[in-house]
Design a protein around this ligand. Structure first.
Ligand code: ATP
Ligand code: MG
Length: 217
């Protein structure tokens, strides 16, 4: 399987890398593609432009074997629906049942609002990774109708790619950080050391991203 981690990545941070690594270690994934979204369907427009968000993802994973950046959503017109992304993989000859869409527990809890729900769930595998304070296991009670497809992924257990489209639940430790935090800290001049990879912090500095709008001299 190939993992797909979609996100705004505005900017990419250490929590995102922890999610990608946890999925890669716990599931039989050859690699994980980080896919910056173009116009996120469920939210406000990103603060940083597409080119900067992509450049930060590339900088973040430069030394990470098994993680790659994909421009499949940035290259397409229109909003970045997961279903449309699967269509694009299918059009490129990929069997979408070899794909595993990865989401944090906060994002996956919203899946009933996603485009082409519930058919979407039959098109590929999903992996849900816990977010600090949000255990992946909680999805069983939050989304009881989907509980029968959920597979709890335990450490030290080997998983093979199931034939039925499944929802893997992964409880893992991920950095307690969000892009919203990172943007707010930069805007007030606070450090983001340890919250984003050093190469991303350097990029943000060099390109003066996320600075407060008005700056009297
Ligand atoms: P924002 O605050 O702007 O929403 P974010 O930190 O949530 O940013 P996104 O780009 O929205 O980042 O997230 C992309 C994916 O990564 C989502 O599925 C989200 O749930 C997941 N994710 C982000 N940060 C974490 C984290 N610290 N732990 C687990 N999952 C995370
Ligand atoms: Mg988010």
């Amino acid at each position: 399987m190939i993992g797909l981690l979609g996100g705004t990545f505005d900017p990419v941070h250490c929590g995102h890398l922890d999610v990608a690594r946890a999925a890669r270690v716990r599931l039989p994934l050859e690699k994980v593609l980080l896919i910056p979204s173009r116009t996120p369907p469920h939210r406000h427009a990103p603060r940083a432009g597409a080119a900067d968000r992509l450049a930060m993802v590339r900088a973040a994973i430069a030394n990470e074997p098994g993680l790659e950046a994909s421009t499949i959503e940035l290259d397409a017109a229109g909003p970045s629906y997961t279903s449309a992304t699967l269509d694009r993989f299918a059009a490129a000859g990929v069997d979408t049942h070899t794909l595993c869409f990865i989401a944090g527990a906060d994002a996956f809890a919203e899946i009933p609002t996603w485009h082409q729900y519930p058919e979407l769930l039959d098109r590929c595998h999903f992996a849900v990774v816990s977010r600090p304070g949000l255990p992946a296991e909680r999805l069983r009670t939050q989304l009881p109708r989907l509980a029968s497809r959920m597979i709890s992924v335990n450490e030290n257990q080997a998983y093979t790619t199931p034939s039925q489209a499944s929802i893997f639940l992964i409880d893992a430790s991920t950095a307690p950080v969000s892009s919203t935090d990172v943007r707010a800290r930069i805007a007030r001049g606070a450090s983001v050391e340890g919250l984003v990879p050093d190469a991303v912090a350097a990029y943000i500095d060099a390109h003066r991203l996320y600075q407060p709008e008005a700056h009297g001299h």
